[in-house]
Write a protein that binds this ligand. Structure first.
Ligand code: AMP
Length: 131
């Protein structure tokens, strides 16, 4: 079972308008805003409006309309940002960190959308571990 949702996490505060964000998209299911510490020329976060800790929690507990609405929003944002090849863009990467091994820092599900340059390999190359 997922850990309990922390209603004081930073994205919950953004959803309640208690702290600002650079909003790029909003609908009944999702909010998208620019990452405060961008790792690519385009780095936007898409979050569900409902309180889910992680992708694991969301896919286990959310309703079908919430899941459909959220992932439709991810698609709309990638196209609205001009990243999708179907819109003449050069493509993008969508990434959701879930839990400790993935270094998820904020315990409210968020999908990172990266684009605007060639993004390199999917995972950072690690130094060879000793055999
Ligand atoms: P993760 O490690 O997947 O949990 O990513 C959390 C992301 O949230 C990081 O890329 C942070 O730069 C970003 N972030 C943290 N606080 C804010 C904020 N107030 N507004 C926008 N992005 C934020």
């Amino acid at each position: 079972m997922a850990k309990p949702y922390d209603h004081d996490n930073i994205f919950a505060k953004i959803l309640r308008d208690e702290i600002p964000c650079k909003r790029v998209y909003e609908d009944p299911f999702a909010l998208a805003f620019h990452d405060i510490n961008p790792q690519a020329p385009v780095h936007v976060l898409v979050i569900p409006k409902a309180p889910y800790v992680s992708l694991d929690d969301f896919l286990a507990e959310a309703t079908d309309p919430q899941i459909t609405g959220f992932f439709r929003a991810v698609g709309k944002v990638s196209r609205a940002l001009g990243l999708a090849e179907s819109e003449g863009g050069q493509g993008f990467r969508a990434l959701a960190n879930a839990g400790g091994d993935a270094h998820q820092d904020v315990p409210h599900l968020h999908v990172h959308l990266f684009g605007g340059k060639p993004l390199g390999p999917m995972l950072a190359k690690q130094p060879e571990s000793p055999k």
